[in-house]
Structure formats: structure tokens, C-alpha cells
Design a protein around this ligand. Sequence first.
Ligand code: NAD
Ligand code: SER
Length: 317
Amino acid sequence: MSTTEKILIIGAGGQIGVELTESLSKIYGNKNIIPSDLKDTGIFTNNSFEKLDALDKNALFDIVKKHGVTQVYHLAALLSATGEQNPMFAWKLNMESLFHVLDLAKEKHISQIYWPSSIAAFGPTTPRQNTPQFTIMEPSTVYGISKQAGERWCEWYYNKFGVDARSLRYPGLIGWKSAPGGGTTDYAVHIFHEALKHKTYECFLSENTALPMMHMEDAIRATIEIMQAPADKIKIRGAYNLSGISFSPKEIAEEIKKHIPDFTITYKPDFRQAIAESWPQSINDKEAREHWSWKEKYDLPKLVENMLVNLKEKALV
Ligand code: NAD
Ligand code: SER
């Protein structure tokens, strides 16, 4: 595809960034995608990687100028579980880095921003089933508070300065190409690795704790679709609800057993149980479907099969 876009991905070495870098590179060409992260792990051999601390506004600005960056996908954050263990730093990282990126757009150095929100922006007083786009939002984790505040700031920058920031409230994301980085939904990735390696898994959530989840491929497609949608289709400038599947540890274990009959699961809930219980169990995303035609492809059986086949075939376990 011929393009005038130069895209900087901040936090590209993480669970989403690895897959997003690959997908955007296929669409826009390797030379137009600049992955960046705190450390160079050597995985981005086809792109020109930049070492960047998202809290360093001047370094961020230098990279934007150096490459003529037009769009930023800002993924660097502390997630729900690590955020609770380091609350003040989670707030600093999640908020200050977002302001740096929003200010770049306000000052017209870049034209578009993607910044993810999360189901964590909801809280214990939110209706938990089929949670609507507009509802009570009283998040009880530092991570969730930062996501809710970030949504408000994105909308505020849009209203005040016309900043074209777009956002999705991702559910828990499940993919085989990269490891999750400290969230409450991470069990739904670990379970596949342990099922293939040891045929058993000890889950840190209790058996009936249902949460909204999604295959990474769907999430990456949603991310690119919302960014490519014409601006007049984006009617929500905070963040869109986004729904894929909803299941509990018991339900995913039963689906895995269809492929690995002697797989067993045990439950030892820890501090992440309370976080999971403060979040919705399923999400209503009718606005995303109506405004920019979102539709997921993966249901639970398809997701489980895809994870097991790919982890096995690529010998990733
Ligand atoms: P991750 O923890 O796997 O990756 C984050 C990346 O950011 C890491 O590679 C890390 O090295 C990098 N990073 C951390 N601090 C940095 C800094 N100061 N400067 C530059 N890079 C830094 O996270 P992820 O799962 O890929 O999530 C990406 C975004 O998506 C986050 O904003 C997260 O809140 C959001 N999100 C993720 C999920 C999910 O299930 N993965 C769900 C909802 C929302
Ligand atoms: N997957 C994320 C987490 O568990 C949700 O934002 O933190």
C-alpha cells in the first residue's frame, strides 16, 4: 500500500505491540512503522526500532521529528495487576505519557493517536452483564482510574483542540505470538502454555469468574479498523466498548479438554480475584458495531483451537 503515514508504536515490545507492529508493517510497509520500547529485545529486525522512555517528552519529540511521524499508537502502560503493586508509578506512567502524546497532536506535530482503554475503566457499581457504553463508571484499581481519566482527557483534547485520538475499551486479550504483561486476564493465555507443557494449570481466579475476552487477531483488526474509519464515523471520543467472547476459567478449561482430554485445572484465587470481580462479565458494544461496523470473528471454540494449534505448530511451548 502506498502511504504518506509514518507510524510510531510506543510500547511495541509488549503483548499487543508485537502483533500490532507486524500487522501495521504488512499494511503500510516496514519502513513506515517505527516500533519503540524501553529496551531493544532484538525482535524488530525488519523495522527501524527506537529505544524510548514514554515519560521522556523531549526524546519522544526528537523521534517524531526524526522520522516525520504522522500517527502514534501509544501502548506503554502498567496493567491492572502490576499497577496495584506500584500504584503511584502506574498513575505517573499511564497519565504523563498520554499527555505527552496528546500534546504532540495538539501542537500539530502528529495528526492521529491510538490509545487503548480497558474494561478496567468500569468498576464494582457498573452493571456487570451486557455492560452498556454509557453507564456508571467507578473503577476501583489505579489502572482502571487511569483508563477512565485517560478517556476523559482524550475527549477533552478532541473538544478543545480537535485532537483526533481514538480508543477502544479492550477486553482481556489472548494471542499466541506474545506474552501478556501483568494483567488480571493473563490466566487465559498462561492456561494454554501450561496445558500443552504440563497438562495441568493452577488458576489465580476462581472457577466461575466470567470476564470479557477476545482473540488478539480480532483486537488488532478492531484497532486498525477504528484508526482507518472516516473521522465522521467516530462519534465517541472517549473510548468504545468492544466485545468478543465472555467465559470463566471453568468454561475455557472445558473447551481445552476437548483437545487435551487429560488436562486438569485447579483454583487458587489471589489478589487478582477482587480485581476481576470489580469488572463486567460481558460487554454490549452496539455503538462500535453501528458507528464503524465492528464485528468479531472468534468464538470460544475457534479461539481455543487456534491457540493450541499455533502454539504447538510453532513449537512455542
Ligand atoms: P504489555 O505490558 O504487554 O506491554 C507494554 C509495553 O510497554 C512493554 O513492552 C513495556 O516494556 C513497555 N513500556 C513500559 N513502560 C514504558 C515506558 N516508560 N516507555 C516505553 N515503553 C514502556 O501491555 P499490553 O498488554 O501490550 O497492553 C498495551 C496497552 O493496551 C496498555 O495500555 C494496556 O492498558 C492496554 N490493554 C491491554 C489489554 C490486554 O489484555 N493485553 C486489555 C486492555 C487494555
Ligand atoms: N487485560 C487487562 C488486564 O487484565 C485489562 O485491561 O489488566
